[in-house]
Write a protein that binds this ligand. Structure first.
Ligand code: TMP
Length: 222
């Protein structure tokens, strides 16, 4: 078996990035080769695109279509430059967001025709698809509260996505729930309202059984 491809999904403030980092550390401690990535970003080109999408002072007028294409330009680069070689080398790839974010945010949130969205995704990823996707779900009110709290800290840098209104984030969440219903084998929802430790345990219970046959597993575990 080649490597294992895991994506983490969820709305703002769902705790997925913290959990992705915790899982990566745990897997490394067990001797696995782990590649931690984020989208948009993860390559020098992708990080420049990320800045344009999120933080650039000149991005206020970005159209949904430009947003869709930039997300997938970053993704096309990441897939070919990093993800495919890492999987071919037997590594575990943990990606903080992948194409389900595009379905949820550009498709459901920005309301671009889903068939168009999926054609663009297909071009970007080809047959490079996550083996498992963990979907971190928190109620809208919790997500909004965490978002506003983060925005009020000194360290917060303006983020174009966080300027969207409540109905946008509601559509994103509905989109995610629809994805979990449509692909229950791959997309596994998690109740992310509990403590970090509770969530860490839930993540491990979904990931551990999937790693048994992994080529990158250390000798003691394989
Ligand atoms: P984050 O790295 O802090 O989660 O920020 C990424 C933002 O980009 C987040 O608001 C979700 C958004 N996004 C999309 O709209 N579509 C995508 O395909 C991806 C990967 C992210």
């Amino acid at each position: 078996m080649n490597g294992f491809f895991l994506s983490f999904e969820g709305t703002e403030g769902s705790g997925k990035s913290t959990q992705a980092a915790l899982l990566a550390r745990r897997l490394r401690n067990l001797g696995h080769h782990v590649r931690e990535l984020r989208e948009p970003g993860g390559t020098p080109i992708g990080e420049e695109i990320r800045h344009t999408l999120k933080h650039s002072a000149a991005n206020h007028a970005m159209t949904p279509e430009a947003e869709l294409l930039l997300m997938n330009a970053s993704r096309a680069q990441l897939v070919r430059e990093v993800i495919r070689p890492a999987l071919a080398a037997g590594e575990i790839v943990i990606c903080d967001r992948f194409y389900d974010s595009t379905t949820a945010y550009q498709g459901c949130g920005r309301q671009i025709d889903l068939n168009v969205v999926w054609r663009v995704i297909d071009l970007a990823v080809g047959d490079t698809r996550p083996d498992l996707t963990l979907l971190f779900l928190v109620p809208q009110a919790v997500s909004e509260e965490r978002r506003l709290k983060r925005q009020s800290t000194m360290a917060f840098v303006r983020d174009r996505f966080e300027e969207a209104d409540r109905s946008f984030f509601e559509r994103v969440e509905q989109g995610y729930r629809a994805l979990a219903a449509a692909e229950p084998e791959r997309v596994r929802p998690l109740d992310a309202t509990g403590s970090i430790d509770d969530l860490k345990r839930d993540v491990w219970s979904l990931v551990e059984p999937r790693l048994a046959n992994l080529r990158s597993a250390p000798a003691a575990l394989s």
